[in-house]
Design a protein around this ligand. Structure first.
Ligand SMILES: [Zn+2]
Length: 301
């Protein structure tokens, strides 16, 4: 494996000195690197194993149940996109600067789809949220997830990767969006004491884990205190992955409690609207990546 000085600046992680895979190897080398020791190994497995567990403990039982609940399946789809995007990004990004940009755009796409699905599941599963809320929530969800979170993250990542403010803007955008994703729960948080509601406790825990994840994501801790020591195990992004598992785990368990049989059918007006918004969101995300990759190709090829 290479040291940080032997790889392009774009591929260097702050305060991580060793364990970089060589560039320009055949694609198969990077697939095989899931079983080699390098500084992305833990990032690959911490988001791959949850896909297997999600399928086994949540998706398959849901599909095999008498009445599969559409809102729960929407959330599971989003969670799988998040974990799969992250796994493949950490596995394949080291091949070249252009691969790095493309695969992390795929990673950000997974985060965007997951965020959209969290909002959609909460929207679909809530009862009596009011007509005005129902009409306004979905368009505003698209605005909070796509331009505010996804586009600010990806556009600055492609056009100004070394801009220091980029990380702060990304954290703020994620925080604003995460607060907005809680909007469908507001009525319950106001009317039901949290100690009597296991699902509200899980929603609250998921938000707390998200805040903790921001510390590791934005702070580059603990590696900034001992550069070179945490190169293979224990650096901030790996801890961030663990926090995101806790966020996702609390969310799927909360959804399991929140989604009842009344909201299960995909043919309910609310669920059909959810499906349309999901398709629009995914379409805009992929079109954004396609356009950004044109800029990236001019820059890095
Ligand atoms: Zn990651």
């Amino acid at each position: 494996m290479l040291t940080s000085t032997e790889v392009p600046m774009l591929l260097q992680r702050l305060h991580i000195h060793n364990g970089y895979r060589p560039l320009h190897q055949p694609r198969f080398y990077y697939y095989r690197s899931a079983f080699l020791l390098h500084n992305e190994l833990i990032n690959v497995w911490t988001h791959f194993l949850p896909i297997v567990l999600l399928a086994y403990y949540y998706v398959i039982p849901e599909i095999q149940s008498e009445t599969p609940r559409f809102p729960a399946l929407v959330l599971h789809f989003g969670t799988a996109c998040l974990m799969a995007g992250s796994t493949i990004a950490h596995l394949l990004h080291s091949r070249s600067p252009l691969d790095h940009v493309f695969w992390f755009c795929v990673d950000f796409a997974g985060i965007g789809i997951w965020s959209l699905c969290i909002g959609l599941q909460r929207f679909s599963a809530e009862h009596d949220s009011g007509l005005l809320f129902d009409l306004l929530y979905l368009p505003s969800l698209l605005i909070f997830v796509i331009p505010i979170q996804f586009m600010t993250t990806t556009v600055f990542f492609v056009t100004r990767p070394h801009w220091k403010l980029r990380h702060l803007i990304r954290l703020l955008a994620c925080l604003i969006m995460a607060i907005y994703l809680n909007a469908p729960l507001t009525r319950r948080f106001w009317t039901i004491p949290i100690e009597t509601s296991p699902s509200l406790q899980m929603h609250s825990k998921s938000f707390q884990w998200l805040l903790v994840s921001g510390i590791f994501m934005g702070g580059n801790v603990p590696e900034r205190w001992a550069p070179g020591i945490f190169d293979l195990v224990g650096y901030g992004h790996q801890l961030f992955h663990l926090c995101i598992i806790m966020v996702a785990w609390n969310l799927v368990d909360a959804a399991h409690l929140d989604c009842d049989l009344e909201t299960a059918s995909p043919f309910l007006p609310k669920n059909l609207a959810t499906l349309i918004v999901l398709f629009i969101g995914i379409g805009v995300i992929f079109e954004t990546i396609r356009r950004l990759m044109r800029i990236a190709k001019e820059k890095y090829q």
